[in-house]
Design a protein around this ligand. Structure first.
Ligand code: HMG
Ligand code: MG
Length: 283
């Protein structure tokens, strides 16, 4: 049997959050429904953040409440604080994600607090999630470079990743937020992270600003990572990471993985048409 790789589809959240043009909730719902038919096990649908900070995600409750839920698909959402978590649960999130950073500059710009403050803020979310039996995923942004602070040390990333894992996150998604990583810096990063955490609890979340994301995925595969985040149509970026392009396109990752002999369980044709629809949304 082929070695399995899970692609965590983050297009409806990471892909759309940075779109300047307002996208109707009904179109976001349609995109998620299209993606549900592609064979994903996990789809990040939206984020319960401040609408002042990210206006595009202001319809989180409407979108997450109205999607068609397919059995076997986990529908996830970002939750930066207790209020976001409560709203996500009320809208039936199957899983939530907390998002921290390995650089102080990005932490301040993105969630308006220091790294230490963010970890303290995550504690009540994890406690509430554990009480409600909701899995929590943890993101670490700026794994090699920060748009504000420059190069980030692998040990700093490893420390935040371990903190999130020890707090109760079941998986740590390593975010190359601005797409500046290369196979060399990813290898150095994984040297540090794998000293503390096994590959089985890691995911790669690589933006494709410099066209290196597929190479970074291959590098991570060689180190044992088997979960990657990707955005259909390659949409997106982070509003607080100036210049960063979208996540690596899911359809390109699926194709590369197939050619390398990995099984993603995805329907490539349906994925292509979902990518076409996703791209139309930004026109
Ligand atoms: P703050 O201003 O420090 O917090 O923001 P606050 O508590 O003072 O709240 C400010 C306003 O937002 C208040 O409204 C709150 O009520 C409201 P006002 O009283 O002024 O009218 N508010 C909320 N509204 C709805 N839902 C909430 C919520 N919380 C507060 N949950 C905060 C702190 C964390 C809220 C803010 O900084 C924020 O929302 N940041 C989110 C930024 C974001 O979403 N960035 C993109 C996602 S991260 C990413 O893309 C990276 C990733 O892809 C990985 C990678 O690529 O590296 C994950
Ligand atoms: Mg991202």
């Amino acid at each position: 049997m082929a070695d399995a790789v899970t692609l965590f589809e983050v297009g409806p959240r990471d892909g759309l959050q940075n779109e300047p043009r307002s996208i109707a909730a009904k179109d976001k719902i349609k995109l998620v429904n299209e993606l549900s038919a592609c064979g994903f096990q996990k789809i990040e649908v939206t984020s319960f953040v401040s609408p002042k900070w990210v206006p595009q995600m202001a319809d989180a409750t409407e979108v997450l409440s109205a999607i068609e839920r397919r059995v076997g698909v986990v529908y996830a959402a970002l939750t930066p604080n207790a209020r976001g978590f409560a709203n996500a649960v009320a809208a039936n999130a199957d899983e939530v994600a907390i998002f921290g950073a390995a650089s102080e500059g990005f932490s301040q710009a993105n969630i308006n607090c220091s790294i230490a403050e963010s970890l303290a803020r995550f504690v009540p979310i994890i406690e509430a999630a554990q009480a409600a039996n909701i899995p929590v995923r943890g993101y670490v942004s700026c794994i090699t470079e920060c748009p504000y602070d420059g190069a980030v040390q692998p040990d700093t990333v490893a420390e935040v990743a371990q903190d999130l894992f020890d707090m109760g996150c079941y998986e740590i998604s390593l975010g190359d937020t601005i797409g500046a990583a290369t196979p060399k810096t990813i290898n150095a990063l994984l040297d540090a992270v794998l000293e503390r955490l096994p590959a089985a609890v890691l995911a790669g979340h690589y933006h494709d600003t410099n066209g290196q994301a597929l190479a970074n995925i291959e590098t991570s595969l060689a180190r044992g990572v088997r979960v990657f985040d990707a955005a259909v149509g390659g949409l997106g970026g982070c509003p607080y990471a100036p210049g960063a392009k979208g996540n690596v396109a899911t359809e390109a990752v699926a194709q590369r993985l197939a050619s390398l002999g990995f099984d993603t369980g995805l329907d490539v044709q349906r994925l292509k048409s979902a990518a076409e629809f996703a791209k139309e949304l930004r026109n």
